[in-house]
Write a protein that binds this ligand. Structure first.
Ligand code: MN
Length: 288
């Protein structure tokens, strides 16, 4: 049995860099692990689709919906709020239009603004004669919180849609069955993770490229309890702002309803894209 050398693992870890979809910029570099070394792609993949608006359904020449939304999420050296790929009321009756409007236009926008602000604060701090440790700690907190919020919300919008058939298909279905036994057991586990978040946070199925595995993480706020390099495939926001207008304190009812709007087509497309990126980054896995 052949194990990857330490160097092979180290060179493959900065996943944000090989995803290269905007969020590989200054902010995620701050919360990523080892800096890139030899063996890393020279530059990120070209996922930008100038003028391309996200639509539903299958990926086309301009890339998958997740790719296109990520391309909108960072443009011209700034983070941006990507457009919702459907109208505010598209997820009714499960998620109401008013919640979607406030959540996207106000809450997500505040994370985008907070991220850009944190980056500029860090630049200002660097420009000074001496870096104040307390200010730096606050900025680091803001970077991580807002970068997590921006990435999670961008993918969250992409993986929902109206008129879904509620069951995974394609490679993601195979991977879920292989790792969790069945879709039903996956869904039960994910639901428990989501309902059990203490306070504000997320449940998220993440792609972990070193092991080519799926993980379900319970995320506090936007950024706690995450492995470096894991990429959100299917995040579910369980902050109160995501459901309180319609469901009040009944988070479990919101989570149950949310399964009706998951766009598995997009999740599968995104999973395949991530795996392709992984192959191109030549991440080594023993015994395969
Ligand atoms: Mn939110």
């Amino acid at each position: 049995m052949q194990h990857p050398t330490r160097r092979e693992v180290m060179t493959s870890v900065p996943v944000a860099a090989w995803l290269g979809a905007g969020l590989s910029g200054a902010a995620l570099a701050q919360v990523s692990v080892a800096p890139g070394r030899e063996g890393e792609p020279e530059q990120g993949p070209d996922v930008r689709a100038p003028g391309g608006m996200p639509g539903g359904g299958r990926g086309d020449a301009r890339g998958s919906l997740v790719q296109r939304m990520l391309a909108q999420a960072y443009q011209n050296d700034q983070y941006h709020l990507p457009a919702l790929p459907y109208p505010y009321d598209a997820l009714e009756p499960h998620i109401d239009a008013e919640t979607m409007k406030l959540h996207h236009d106000r809450h997500h926008q505040s994370y985008v603004d907070g991220l850009n602000r944190a980056i500029s604060h860090e630049k200002q701090l660097q420009a000074g004669a001496e870096i104040d440790a307390d200010r730096l700690a606050g900025i680091q907190r803001d970077l991580s919180f807002n970068a997590g919020g921006h990435l999670l919300h961008t993918v969250f919008w992409a993986v929902m849609g109206s008129g879904q058939d509620n069951r995974p298909m394609g490679q993601i279905a195979e991977a879920i069955n292989a790792q969790f036994g069945s879709f039903d057991s996956f869904r039960n586990l994910f639901t428990k993770v989501a309902v059990g978040v203490k306070g504000s946070g997320w449940a998220a199925m993440m792609y972990e490229p070193v092991g080519d595995r799926l993980f379900i993480y319970q995320i506090n706020e936007h950024d706690a309890h995450l492995a470096p390099g894991a990429i959100p495939l299917l995040p579910l926001d369980v902050w109160e702002h995501a459901y309180y207008l319609k469901y009040g304190p009944a988070r479990a009812e919101y989570v149950q309803a949310w399964w009706n709007v998951v766009n598995w087509n997009v999740v599968d497309e995104s999973f395949q894209w991530m795996r392709t990126r992984r192959q191109e980054a030549a991440i080594m896995t023993a015994g395969r």
